[in-house]
Design a protein around this ligand. Structure first.
Ligand code: GLY
Length: 362
């Protein structure tokens, strides 16, 4: 089993990566000594599909388990839903040594992490991510949040998990769209930090897309290692280092918000965002045309969108200015400076942003 350790002094934790690792969850968690009673937050599909395997593994190691299922959508991240769930957990948690388990994608991970951060002023939790996006990105790093009506992820806390169990075998249960969405984050990691990964993705489309065991392990290990290194250097996003993870997310989030979070998946929106940011970089003469083409071609190779339709430019611009990431600056963009290297630029003239977005609107 590959173990990547995310080093944050007393908050350090292991990230276990192995096909079939969910069947070893009991052993892995018993060793951590974080509690005897697991509260597993998941959705009903994942409970049916993987619940028994995980439960059996925990039972064998003397850990009890109780499942709560959440809707498989952003609805699960509403304050109301979150408070209801906390209420249920508190009624169950009588003389127990509980810890929470997030079994799911980004929504379940964010919700579970947030509840773990506030319930009894903080209880341990672990992540068992089931989507590619969650396995390479959102399950790691300790940012947890729920939504307000005005914006996503507005109420949150930093609360690191005690462990992350990544089982690449779970990806077989994903739809093609979910898989592509996760591959958008993989492409992001390649562009910001890993030229080798970029070339690997370019030359191994079939293997990656068919979830070839070796190819998936390679891309997961490389993305997770990058995420862990970035979080180690800037856990709470105070030094500007974590900002590079937002490549493609500035315009991507604005498109998601302007489209009402239904039309484009997160990965699709950030693919368009990465294409726009790369074009801005080219317009500012930070990268050459051949690199712009290579990046756009890789996004397209994985059949991810670089253009969008049906959203008014002004709606996107309004979402952009509401972005909570812009404090003290008009805007902040992570822009590619080479394949595997990015730079951060503030206050890009609005006319460049508008023209770029318009070029991607069909
Ligand atoms: N939980 C996602 C992150 O910390 O980046």
């Amino acid at each position: 089993m590959k173990i990547i350790k995310l080093k944050l002094k007393s908050k350090s934790y292991p990230i276990y990566i192995q096909q079939g690792s969910i069947t070893k969850a009991g052993n892995l968690l018993a060793r951590l000594k974080i509690g005897k009673d697991a509260v597993i937050i998941t959705n009903s599909y994942l409970k049916r599909k993987f619940g028994i395997q995980i439960q059996n593994s925990l039972t064998r190691c003397g850990i009890s388990s109780k499942f709560y299922t959440a809707p498989d959508s952003e609805k699960a991240k509403s304050i109301q839903y979150c408070l209801n769930l906390i209420d249920k957990i508190s009624k169950y948690d009588n003389k127990k040594q509980i810890f929470l388990v997030a079994l799911g994608g980004g929504v379940v991970g964010d919700l579970t992490g947030f509840i773990a951060s506030i319930y009894k002023r903080g209880v341990p939790y672990i992540q068992i991510p089931t989507t590619l996006l969650a396995q390479v990105d959102s399950s790691i790093g300790g940012k947890t949040a729920i939504d307000l009506k005005v914006a996503k992820n507005l109420v949150g806390a930093f609360h690191q998990p005690k462990a992350v169990i990544v089982d690449p075998g779970l990806l077989k249960s994903l739809s093609e769209r979910q898989l592509r969405s996760g591959l958008a984050e993989v492409i992001k990691y390649a562009i910001i930090k890993d030229k080798f990964l970029f070339n690997f993705l370019k030359n191994n489309y079939k293997k990656v897309f068919c979830l070839n065991k070796k190819a998936v392990e390679l891309i997961e290990e490389r993305c997770i290692a990058i995420k862990a290194q970035v979080v180690e250097r800037d856990e709470q996003e105070k030094k500007g280092i974590r900002t590079i993870l937002n490549f493609g997310h500035t315009i991507g989030h604005a498109i998601e918000a302007a489209a009402g979070y239904h039309k484009y998946s997160h990965g699709e929106a950030i693919s368009i965002g990465m294409a726009c940011a790369t074009e801005i970089s080219y317009n500012l003469k930070l990268i050459k045309e051949n690199k712009l083409k290579q990046i756009i071609n890789l996004i397209r190779l994985y059949k991810l969108p670089t253009q969008f339709k049906g959203i008014a430019l002004n709606k996107i611009m309004n979402s952009l200015v509401r972005d909570k990431k812009f404090i003290q600056v008009r805007n902040k963009f992570v822009l590619p400076a080479a394949i595997g290297r990015v730079t951060i630029k503030n206050n890009i003239p609005e006319i460049i942003i508008r023209k770029t977005i318009l070029r991607h609107l069909i």
